[in-house]
Write a protein that binds this ligand. Structure first.
Ligand SMILES: [Ca+2]
Length: 612
């Protein structure tokens, strides 16, 4: 804890004000909370406060240090500055538990810079406490190997990025403390057995963590699995290996059938964020077997969202939306719509029962937040006019002739696996009378699944982007200072990656040993390590899955709430390479390595950049 305190103090004072990611946004949150004294909404943002913060940024040479051009004149809001706009707002986005004390600080002391310094000290306090908790956790988990426990416990105190992020104006410190508390309680429960009180503590700590930062969400499923697992162990209910294997086989078979089977809903097309089974028909088709239908028999409109990365190359250029359309009977109104986040463009037309070509051209904005295109029956705002229309061969043509739409010909039905969650959720909500039958629920899960399963999320460019983001996340976990503008030399990251790869290999080896029964470890410890392993898998899924199919970059610090499992697996993996008599040497090398890294980061990288 003393090491963490000194390490943290060094960063809290060496790093100039505002030179940590998103500090202005977190400070804005605290100040607004101090003023309105109730949970904040997006509408509570104040432009006067933003101008005050921007003046302070300017006084501390913010743009110079982050390596961005100094704006002339100063921007009037965060949104007007090309650098700050990427940081986004925390207000309306993050839970407010963490900000209570910073808000209090803002009420007690005045002067932006003093407030920022005090809020940093509050973060430091939380981080130091978090190190204390991880030490207790490691002691609890490895009573038979004190060296290993000390290595796990010191990992957090010695990691440069924790010392940096954990001591700036940011909500990561409380997330770190609360998730460490969760893991401490989890391991105590594994060792001493589950009872009502311990289960309640685990649930409360999960809530505390969830209230501190969104990145602790993985603790919720982990808590549920842990409670079930520990309850089963207590009850002595142990299904044999055969039962587990056949259960897995059944799950895999059902998954395969759901994956291969295709239902009536047109894949790629949504109505009110849900797939619609009635949106496709084989009663009429311009080409192929199927067409989309809207109006009396189908939903009143159908939407397809084009991801931001697909339209990115065509900013400022004209794209053309074309469709073949006909009515069921008589002359009917219909429309094509394009929505690029700010501007909605509608093209109305009148069609009869013969296929005709309609089109709508649109110039993309400079900063579209993705693009949504829709086909609809009737006139806009006049539901009475919506009669049956068929649409087929829809295309959204980019300047180079590529088609940005999926399933424009309506030939592909949605996979059952895409439809099943939406359908089940809808049935559950209908049953609970939470929705009316005519308003399908927000089946966000459906669009998430189609993003994860869609082939367009895995083209070469996307895979390269994911690889880059994973490397940046890895770097940001160890050390990347400023607004992630001050990385270490690539060679250091490569070395750290080698160490991690060695630890992973050691871990696999160790796991094989344990499974083959050659390593004897107590049952409670085996259970605790399994749950920690699950924690690592869950946090990796939580950090990396959201980047699939959209332009979103994870950060290394999003892994911090899983510090206990990450530090444990890393140290266990390293230990596996060394025979017991030589282990003290391994750990001394480990601490020496950390000491060199810390000194280099602090004096070489951070000090060298800001001071000498
Ligand atoms: Ca067709």
């Amino acid at each position: 804890m003393l090491v963490a305190l000194l390490h943290g103090l060094a960063y809290a004072f060496l790093v100039p004000p505002w030179q940590a990611p998103d500090e202005p946004g977190h400070y804005e949150y605290a100040r607004l909370l101090a003023e309105v004294r109730r949970p904040l909404r997006r509408a509570d943002r104040s432009s006067a406060l933003e101008r005050e913060i921007i003046a302070s940024l300017s006084a501390h040479d913010f743009w110079h240090w982050v390596g961005a051009p100094v704006p002339q004149p100063l921007p009037a809001s965060f949104a007007e500055d090309p650098f700050l706009v990427r940081s986004g707002h925390q207000v309306g986005d993050e839970p407010y538990l963490h900000y209570l004390v910073p808000a209090l600080i803002c009420r007690l002391v005045s002067g932006i810079e003093i407030q920022v310094r005090f809020i940093r000290l509050y973060s430091l306090l939380l981080t130091v406490l978090a190190v204390g908790v991880i030490a207790l956790t490691a002691w609890e988990l490895f009573p038979n190997d004190r060296w290993l426990a000390a290595a796990v416990a010191s990992f957090q105190a010695l990691l440069p990025m924790v010392a940096f992020i954990g001591n700036t104006v940011n909500n990561d410190a409380l997330a770190l403390l609360s998730s460490n508390l969760f893991f401490w309680a989890l391991i105590r429960t594994c060792r001493r057995g589950l009872n009502g009180k311990r289960a309640a503590i685990l649930m409360l700590l999960t809530l505390l963590a969830l209230g501190s930062k969104k990145t602790t969400a993985f603790l919720f499923p982990l808590m549920l699995v842990a409670l079930l697992y520990l309850a089963r162990q207590r009850g002595g209910l142990r299904p044999g290996h055969g039962a587990v294997a056949s259960l897995l086989l059944i799950v895999a078979a059902v998954g395969l059938i759901l994956w291969l089977g295709r239902g009536p809903a047109p894949t790629g097309w949504m109505w009110r964020k849900a797939l619609v089974a009635s949106g496709r028909t084989d009663q009429a088709a311009h080409q192929g077997r199927f067409a989309l239908q809207v109006g009396e028999e189908g939903p009143p409109w159908l939407v397809q969202a084009i991801p931001a990365q697909a339209v990115q190359p065509w900013l400022g250029e004209v794209i053309t939306f074309t469709a073949s359309v006909r009515s069921k009977t008589g002359l009917q109104w219909g429309r094509l719509t394009l929505h690029d986040g700010e501007e909605v463009q509608r093209g109305h037309f009148l069609v009869g029962p013969r296929w005709t070509q309609q089109q709508l051209a649109h110039r993309l904005l400079a900063q579209p937040d993705g693009l949504r295109i829709a086909i609809a029956a009737g006139l806009y705002g006049d539901e009475e006019s919506a009669k049956q229309l068929y649409f087929d061969d829809l295309r959204l043509i980019a300047p180079d002739g590529t088609d940005l739409l999926r399933n424009g010909g309506a030939e592909a039905g949605a996979r059952w696996i895409e439809e099943a969650p939406a359908w089940l959720m809808q049935q559950a909500l209908l049953w609970a009378k939470l929705i009316q039958p005519e308003r399908p629920p927000m089946a966000a899960m459906t669009s998430v699944l189609s993003r994860l399963l869609g082939a367009q999320s895995y083209d070469v460019a996307s895979l390269q982007r994911y690889g880059l983001y994973m490397l940046l996340t890895f770097a940001g976990f160890w050390a990347n200072f400023g607004w992630l503008t001050l990385p270490l030399p690539v060679g250091i990251y490569a070395f750290l990656a080698l160490v991690c790869a060695a630890a992973a290999a050691g871990l696999v080896w160790q796991a094989v040993w344990v499974i083959r029964g050659e390593a004897v470890i107590p049952g409670w410890q085996r259970g605790a390590l399994r749950l920690l392993g699950l924690g690592v898998i869950l946090v990796l899924a939580q950090t990396f899955l959201p980047m699939i199919g959209r332009n979103w970059q994870p950060q290394g610090r999003y892994l911090f709430p899983a510090f206990v499992p990450i530090a444990t697996t890393l140290c266990l993996g390293l230990r596996a390479w060394v025979r017991p008599p030589l282990r003290p040497v391994l750990w001394i090398a480990y601490w020496a390595g950390f000491f060199v890294l810390d000194m280099y980061c602090l004096l070489g990288r951070v000090g060298g950049y800001y001071y000498w």
